[in-house]
Write a protein that binds this ligand. Structure first.
Ligand SMILES: [Zn+2]
Length: 206
């Protein structure tokens, strides 16, 4: 792609670093910004810079938060003895949208995936196991996507907590194998949390 301006080229190159954005789409977005008032670009770049500099991860559940402890963990009307284990913040948002779950979360930050070079130590697994060891947890709900990586991660965690006195469950699989949680509709996802099954029952599928 030949550019008539180095400034334009640099902006397009940066934009095209984003997933799903090729050079052509990046050019279209940048040209769109050029047609808008200059403040629009200012608002966008300010929002991104401030978000990147000030955003925090909850010290308890690792959810993305504006404060050191997130709103969900701070909420005393939620059941802090039930922890729903999810891959990332998009899953927290999807489950919150169902209005069917009043426990708290634990955000792993990914799934065990040797192909991608992601091992257990790169995920927030130790802090979850430590919470279980402290003994204040009644139930752990595994709500990772039903892929091989999701199942591997569930099982890895299950092995470390199975000897403690708590229930382990997994969301009911109305959700097809391989589906990502965030794409499940709210009713289906809500039902799959309410109708969760003991984790051991899911093991025969591995
Ligand atoms: Zn939190």
């Amino acid at each position: 792609m030949e550019f008539s301006s180095k400034l334009l080229e640099k902006a397009v190159n940066e934009m095209s670093q984003l997933p799903g954005i090729g050079k052509r789409t990046a050019l279209r977005l940048i040209l769109h910004l050029l047609k808008q008032p200059a403040e629009q670009t200012q608002f966008l770049s300010n929002a991104l810079t401030t978000m990147r500099e000030e955003i925090k991860f909850c010290s308890s559940c690792h959810n993305i938060s504006d404060e050191a402890v997130c709103e969900i963990c701070k909420n005393t009307s939620r059941n802090h003895k039930i922890i729903c284990v999810v891959e990332d913040v998009r899953d927290v948002m999807a489950i919150e949208n169902t209005n069917q779950y009043k426990g708290i979360y634990h955000v792993l930050g990914g799934k065990i995936s040797p192909i991608d070079g992601i091992g257990p130590s790169q995920l927030n697994i130790n802090s979850l196991v430590n919470k279980v060891k402290l003994g204040h947890i009644d139930e752990i709900i595994f709500a990772l996507s039903s892929t091989m990586e999701g199942d591997t991660t569930n099982f890895y965690i299950f092995k470390q907590i199975k000897d403690f006195d708590l229930k382990t469950s997994t969301i009911a699989r109305g959700i097809a194998v391989g589906d990502e949680l965030e794409y499940a509709d709210e009713v289906t996802l809500g039902r799959s949390i309410v109708n969760r099954i003991p984790f051991e029952n899911s093991l025969k599928n591995i």
